[in-house]
Structures are given as structure tokens and as C-alpha cells.
Design a protein. Structure first.
Length: 153
């Protein structure tokens, strides 16, 4: 659940480590649909038989699929400033795909608030460090610094 915060309390949330999200299982159906949407139908994503003969040992999710899951995960960990009427994705300062996500594995998101800055009255820029963990993995799927804006009445 997102946590509501008052804009007068912003400073105390810089450095805040959010609770990890719930686990999410990546399915072949999801990967296939993503491949269809993006026209990225490389065999390592959509052909389990051919992908079994690669170092991955099976199909893997697209890195961009894992990245796009951040919107879903943010619904669980996000801090929302009271009076928010709109949030906007600004992009990323850094994104690194560290380890492949095998189809059938579970992932979850860890987030740390790196900064919250009021750029203009009622406009708050957020910078969040993101790590997507693979259940049982020794390396994360990805690490990123995500930028967003919250518009507040």
C-alpha cells in the first residue's frame, strides 16, 4: 500500500527504505505478450526449446519487461504526498540489467528514497533507487535510479 506523507515531513523521508513488494511470477504468456507489443521476438524470450540450449537454460524475460514492471511495483511501496492529484514518470538517471529473469521465476522490488525536492510550489521531484530481486538469485535483475514528479494541491 502506498504511504501518505505530509509535505512538511518530506525531509525525514530522504533515505527512507521502503518495504519490499510482494513476489511476482514472470510467466511465458506475459513474456510472449510483451514480445508481441514490442516486436522483440528474439528466440531467447519466446522459444523454450531453442532457449534451453543457451547458457540461460530456458526462456528469459526481456530486460525492458522487467523495467516496465516498476510501475506495477510502485503501487505497493510508493510514498504519496497528501493532496496529490497527478504523478508523472520522468525517466531514469541510471538503469543496469544485472542478471536475466528466467521465465517462471519470481521477482520483487526494493526501493530507497534518494531525494524529494520541491521544484515549484506543489511540484515535488522524487529520485528513488530501485533494485529488482530474483527469488533465490545471488544478483539482482536490475538496479536503477527512477525519477518522478508528484503534483500536489
Amino acid at each position: 500500500m502506498p504511504q501518505m506523507i505530509n509535505k512538511t515531513e518530506i525531509e525525514q523521508y530522504v533515505g527512507h527504505v521502503c518495504e519490499p513488494t510482494s513476489w511476482f511470477e514472470v510467466t511465458q504468456e506475459q513474456v510472449n505478450e510483451f514480445a508481441d507489443c514490442t516486436l522483440d521476438r528474439q528466440f531467447i524470450h519466446i522459444d523454450p526449446v531453442a532457449a534451453a540450449n543457451t547458457p540461460f537454460g530456458g526462456t528469459i524475460a526481456h530486460g525492458f519487461l522487467t523495467l516496465s514492471m516498476l510501475s506495477y511495483f510502485s503501487e505497493s511501496y510508493n510514498l504519496l504526498i497528501e493532496g496529490i492529484y497527478m504523478g508523472v514518470n520522468k525517466g531514469f538517471d541510471k538503469v543496469r540489467f544485472v542478471a536475466p529473469v528466467r521465465v517462471g521465476s519470481k521477482i520483487r522490488c526494493h526501493a530507497t528514497i534518494l531525494g524529494i525536492t520541491e521544484k515549484r510550489p506543489g511540484q515535488f521531484d522524487f529520485k528513488v533507487e530501485i533494485t529488482v530481486e530474483i527469488e533465490g538469485g545471488d544478483k539482482p535483475a536490475l538496479v536503477a535510479e527512477w525519477l518522478s514528479v508528484q503534483m500536489v494541491h
